[in-house]
Write a protein that binds this ligand. Structure first.
Ligand code: NAI
Length: 332
């Protein structure tokens, strides 16, 4: 019962999980390959699988194979769980867990980093000075002070982003399906989505990806955005319709875009593609714009997060083995 195979694992997963495992004594196997139909059989002879954001546990054939291989647990070493079919796994008696809370500060601080970079064009000046160009032409930025910032999704991460941004004396407004007293107590007012789009100079997405939020940023919603506004997405790529955001950038309907996630990231992110021809022309376009920053799903990546994720995941799997209650169960 104590064998775990990791899909999509990186050296840092190996390092931090091996360290955490000193307390738990699992047998860990680190596999670089993503979980998909071709690789699912690698889980043979293991009891539990540990997966990340771009592994596919939505496909019924993959779930059936996992069931046939007698996999007891799918442990997501992340918060988002849009890549797992919770109903089907439940029907097949496979338990699914995630890490609900590890370090929302890590994602929040990174989000604010993207805002500051774009607002003051630090990503451009870094390239200029690296090339010994010390001219200030084209580097005029904006203050965050007094700007209206719309936060969509005021859960753990949205809350932390708001707390940080309050230090800039910005006017922060919010939207969530469920309004939180904790957020209102910070002096934040909730508006409907349309008002958020219309009023905000900067919009940051912190809601989960599901069928309701699929492509919520699209041609129709982008029409409501203020000209020159900034859009930040450190949540999930599928929240934004890529074709529509490219049109909005080309038409100068929005001013800048900061994304740590991308609709079609599965093929590229977490891999070094330096020597490859990128065949995704949307990605090529976005990479070519000076007012766009793309990072490769990095917002969670701090030492603090990795320590928590590894310890919580192994602790949760131990609880499952001992039939103990686990707060991170997703499909019970
Ligand atoms: P959370 O569950 O604490 O908060 C999500 C909030 O979104 C909740 O308040 C919920 O009511 C709200 N929400 C749900 N549906 C909504 C909708 N249709 N419109 C507006 N709000 C809606 O989750 P947390 O921890 O704040 O994470 C948010 C997302 O961030 C995750 O779902 C994940 O996709 C992403 N994430 C990205 C990371 C990265 O490295 N880039 C790392 C961790 C999380």
């Amino acid at each position: 019962m104590k064998n775990i195979i990791f899909f999509s694992s990186n050296n840092y997963d190996k390092k931090y999980f091996n360290k955490a495992n000193k307390k738990f004594n699992f047998k860990l196997k680190f596999e670089k390959k993503q979980l998909n139909l071709k690789t699912v059989n690698l889980a043979k002879n293991y009891n539990h699988i540990c997966i990340f954001v771009n592994d596919n546990a939505n496909d019924p054939k993959i779930i059936k194979s996992l069931k046939n291989l007698n996999i007891k647990t799918i442990a997501l070493r992340c918060t988002g769980f849009n890549n797992v079919d919770l109903n089907l796994t439940k029907k097949n008696n496979i338990k699914v867990i995630n890490v609900k809370k590890y370090s929302p500060q890590s994602i929040a601080e990174f989000t604010v980093g993207l805002i500051l970079n774009l607002n003051r064009k630090i990503h451009l000046s870094y390239q200029y000075t690296k090339n010994k160009n010390f001219s200030l032409e084209n580097l005029i930025g904006n203050n965050i002070y007094n700007k209206t910032i719309g936060i969509i999704g005021t859960g753990q991460i949205g809350y932390k982003v708001i707390k940080i941004l309050k230090g800039f004396d910005a006017n922060i407004i919010a939207y969530d399906l469920i309004e939180s007293e904790k957020i209102k107590n910070l002096g934040i007012k909730y508006y409907n989505l349309e008002e958020i789009y219309k009023k905000s100079d900067i919009i940051s997405l912190h809601c989960p990806y599901n069928k309701d939020t699929h492509n919520m940023i699209n041609k129709k919603s982008l029409k409501l955005f203020k000209k020159n506004s900034m859009l930040i997405n450190t949540s999930r790529g599928e929240l934004i319709n890529t074709n529509d955001i490219i049109e909005a950038i080309k038409n100068e309907n929005i001013g800048s875009l900061g994304i740590d996630v991308y609709e079609n990231e599965k093929e590229f992110f977490f891999k070094n593609k330096f020597n490859n021809i990128i065949k995704d022309d949307n990605l090529n376009l976005l990479l070519s714009y000076n007012n766009v920053i793309i990072t490769g799903h990095q917002a969670f990546l701090t030492k603090e997060s990795l320590i928590k994720i590894s310890n919580i995941t192994l602790n949760n799997i131990s609880k499952i083995i001992l039939n103990k209650k686990c707060l991170d169960f997703l499909n019970i």
